[in-house]
Design a protein around this ligand. Structure first.
Ligand code: LLP
Length: 414
């Protein structure tokens, strides 16, 4: 059974009617399916089972403690990009020795905290960062495990804002500089060279960019070997794409085969950092139609969720499926589904054929990744509640914010 499915036309999250969830917990509401998270994670586990590997869920995709808890219980590792995410993972029971730390701007405090708890590896993005990590590790009297994030200069064939593996992007170290930086790193007493890392972009639905990137990295690993530098793990990043509209999701078994084929007999543990593939399809956002309005050209459905709740459509022109929660007999019309925020970019979907009336519930599908985590309080809108459905139970895993809390830390002038 699909985790989100229909019974007699009505949308269910596992055994819960979505209308009941909206009734109980209000809207806008993010609903996650525990079983969907587990199933997606397991796909990576199954595909890589014959090869040493570590799945490091990319926390940024959805960092709710309950989501991290579900994955930690499966034995997942985590890919973090801030000291905040480090604290979340530890609070959710994630193991430090399964954490990799990515990101171009790690602060001295963040590096210190990560060294103190003993994370698995730093994915180093520049020579300056390498120096900083080496100095802090040396002052703490520890050795820092590192990978260099290589920018393989491949086109991930995705939206430019979420493409990260081209020379023009800010991420990683160029192929041409990599050998020299590795040589320097290998000389540093407080650094242990462990791995090689890349992440070429997000929402990738084709295998070829991965193949290109991995082959380039393997070439580099071979060259390092001749310099006496042994790489023991290859972190291939995340980016595995899902279906939002009509895309074919990346086939994880095929993807794994492509990576393991490229590695061949080499003794390289595979690390992978999927975010969207695990969390995206595991979540939906419920919203209620506040008003229907029309002008000469258009029909609008004004709903109670806005760009502050789900910014992907406004930010990337991302297409997210929008479905009525309950079946209806009213005539279908073509609507722009818009929020109450005072921006023309505040839409969830444009030109959607929907049979709806005022007061109806809509579900925005595949919002488990980069949904709530990118939400804001713009227009002094409290952020939505989050609910996790697990078996026959539904748990509030984040309470809806109160308006008063939003300005509780502000003050009037004396
Ligand atoms: N590893 C690194 C180093 C990353 O930068 C990212 C995502 C991931 C892993 C996970 O990528 P995923 O498997 O989720 O594609 N907000 C955008 C996506 C930004 C992705 C940023 N980096 C969106 O809503 O489409």
């Amino acid at each position: 059974m699909e985790h989100f499915h229909r019974r007699k036309g009505a949308l269910y999250a596992q055994s819960y009617a979505c209308s009941q969830l909206a009734e109980e917990f209000g809207t806008p509401l993010f609903v996650y399916s525990r079983e969907a998270l587990e199933t997606a994670w397991q796909k990576f586990e199954d595909a890589l089972e014959n090869h040493p590997h570590l799945i490091c869920y990319a926390v940024k995709a959805n960092s709710n403690l309950a989501v991290l808890d579900v994955l930690a219980r499966l034995g997942s590792g985590f890919d973090i990009v801030s000291g905040g995410e480090l604290k979340r993972v530890l609070a959710a029971g994630g193991l430090p020795e399964k954490i990799v730390f990515s990101g171009v701007g790690k602060t001295a405090t963040e590096i210190t905290e990560a060294l103190e708890v003993g994370i698995r590896c730093f994915n180093v993005e520049s020579e300056a960062e390498l120096d900083r990590i080496a100095n802090i590790a040396s002052a703490l009297g520890v050795v820092a495990p590192i990978s260099l994030r290589i920018n393989p200069d491949v086109d991930a064939q995705t939206h430019p804002y979420i493409s990260t593996g081209l020379k023009e992007n800010k991420f990683g170290i160029n192929m041409t500089d990599a050998i020299e930086v590795y040589k320097r790193a290998a000389q540093m007493p407080s650094i242990e060279v462990q791995g090689m890392d890349c992440h070429i972009g997000s929402q990738l639905t084709k295998i070829e960019p991965y193949k290109d990137a991995v082959e380039r990295l393997i070439g580099l690993i071979e060259r390092l070997k001749t310099e006496g530098i042994e790489i023991t793990h290859l972190d291939v990043g995340g980016g595995q794409g899902i279906c939002y509209e009509d895309e074919t999701p990346l086939d994880i078994a095929q993807w794994a085969e492509c990576v393991t084929d490229a590695i061949g007999e080499r003794k390289l543990e595979i690390l992978v950092e999927p975010g969207r593939f695990i969390a995206g399809p595991a979540g939906i956002m419920l919203t209620r139609v506040e008003y229907l309005k029309s002008n000469e050209d258009k029909h609008f459905a004004v709903v109670d969720a806005a760009m502050n709740d789900l910014i992907r459509p406004a930010l990337y022109s991302a297409w997210q499926a929008i479905e009525p929660v309950e079946p209806s007999t009213v005539a279908e019309k073509v609507y722009d589904v818009v929020g109450p925020v005072c921006e023309s970019a505040d839409f969830l979907g444009k030109e959607r054929k929907l049979a709806i009336e005022q007061g109806d519930l809509l579900a925005v599908m595949s919002t488990g990744a980069y949904g709530f985590v990118m939400s804001s309080n713009y227009n002094t809108r409290p952020r939505a509640a989050e609910v996790m459905v697990s078996g026959d139970e539904a748990y509030v895993v984040r309470e809806r914010e109160n308006v008063e809390d939003l300005f509780a830390d502000e003050s009037l002038l004396p």
